[in-house]
Design a protein around this ligand. Sequence first.
Ligand code: MSP
Length: 648
Amino acid sequence: MSKETFYVTTPIYYVNDVPHIGHVYTTVAADVIARYMRVSGREVMFLTGTDEHGQKVEQAARERGKTPQEHCDEMVVRFKDLWRRFNISNDDFIRTTEDRHVKVVQHFLQKLFDSGDIYKSSYSGWYCVPDERFWTEKDLVDGNCPDCGRGVVQIEESNYFFRMSKYQDWLIGHIEGNPDFIRPESRRNEMLGFLRKPLEDLCISRPKNRLHWGVEIPFDSDYVTYVWFDALINYVTSPGYTTDDDRFSSFWTNCTHLIGKDILTTHTIYWPTMLRGEGLAPPARVFAHGWWTVEGRKMSKSVGNVVEPNMLLDKYGADAIRYFLLREVPFGLVGDFSHAALVGRINSDLANDLGNLLQRSLGMLEKYRDAVIPPVPSDAQMGDLSRELVEASRRAVAELEEHMSALAFDRALKSVWEFIGRANKYIDSAAPWTLSKEGKDTKLDSVMYTLFEAIRQVAVMINPFMPETGQKMFRQLGIAQKKDLHTITSLKSWGGFQGGTRTFRGPALFPRIEEVPEVETGKEQDKKSEARSQKPGDKGMENVVTIEDFARVELVTGKVLEAEAVPKSKKLIRMIVDTGEKRQIVAGIAEYYQPADLVGKAIAVVGNLAPAKLMGVESNGMLLAAHDDDGLALVTFDKEVGVGVRIK
Ligand code: MSP
């Protein structure tokens, strides 16, 4: 293979689970990076699948009167269908019950057994039946499973063990010597902390008298393999370990595992030591993302707030959800899902910024140039405004590349949206309508070309995130078939769009959503009953807002970059504030603050306030301050925070 490779995986999901927004999150993230790497010229392999062995599956099948295999065959469809609806572009879907996988697991075990890394021993310990995990006495929390909090039972039996302890020093050295191996940094530190205690050997078998549904241990038919040991091996089965050496070695060297924070130990302690015993290298990178809560609460069946992805798809479509999940929170941190926040993003970022840019530009091209892209302007034909836009595009592409290689999806999107903002401003400043009225044809050609090349670049950059929208844009731009204009490489030099291309105006990419749909979560039910139990007039009941009302106000952190007094005004100061994007805010604080004192200050900003003009100067947002008889104090923070962080 001549191209550089990129291999990305999701966890393989428990086949019994009903797919929820957490599963969607990891899979969408993996899909975005896979698509991005493909259009960046890499040879990509993207793997997802299902984890089908173990006690819970055996039990669920029994309850349904099915064989475990029949049960799995029925359940797996829910994942496969959902991934189709989300336009997930996986190259392979692995199921741990497939023959190809069972063979590799047995090969793996035999090799470790032959080299002496697997031994038999009698074991007594505390066992959590639902989690299928042994715990030592000191692991237990109040006598219960430290993971799920449920009761544990004492079990004594003979089992096979993997000499994980033998690889502890090597693993510490590997983590320390490879800063990218565990990401983000906080998780790397967590694992280094974990490794300060001695590692125990890992029990990797289950006697068949307790569990049948698993991969039989090749050297002892009375046992099956522990489900985690079996599951992790999926990552090497698919690219061809033991079956296709070339393919395997070319992809394995560039493997990124995306996982949730709860399965960090299995992926960064068990897995690399297993591979080491087998004589294989660890994956290049394991990235653990945070969990999603729903309206501020942990998602759980008992609370009744599990976000069902099919329902979301029906309401909002795949692209809006994909965008929201990756834009809303930095990959690695905790995210909170709410319909209000999702609708907010759809209306402001997708319908307003992106949708309007395309729609108004296509309208103007139709009106002024019969929907045909003018020729590429020469350098001399481009004015300063156009040159600035070209420069902004270079910056956006460079930032996109930097953030994508760090899996900082939110920042990548922020950079693209900054560019979209610039393209919208370019229209306002270049004013094609005036050029047309004044008959400045050459200038108008140059402006329309520059605008459409910018829009093409936007389409290329958003395409991995929102593939349906990307394709719609390519179609409307008249370049659906021109695959060479869809690549990141095509953004490296300005002017890929060919003059003479005919565009086609289609329906709006994202119609605005006027109402936040009512979806009753457990939290809302609690809130309602709480409100019912309070009588109107009770203290604290006046002017009550719901959490949805509050969530409509987008409060974000910002940093003042520039400040100056508004001429002829005693009160107003004009500021340029970085809230993830640069915006102009005008505030009536000149009696209390000197402009120079404001520069560099971290402030709280209402980000989604309708723009207003104060003494003719446009203000996009409002800063928060407390005003009393002694003067005015800006709301600021008691420790350093980044810009554009949501305040809740
Ligand atoms: N089968 C194992 C993985 C084996 S990989 C060799 C497993 N499956 S799972 O279905 O329970 O979980 C899969 C993933 O979903 C995990 O990465 C987990 O972190 C993630 N999530 C489960 N709930 C989640 C949220 N509420 N939010 C985000 N991700 C969540 O573990």
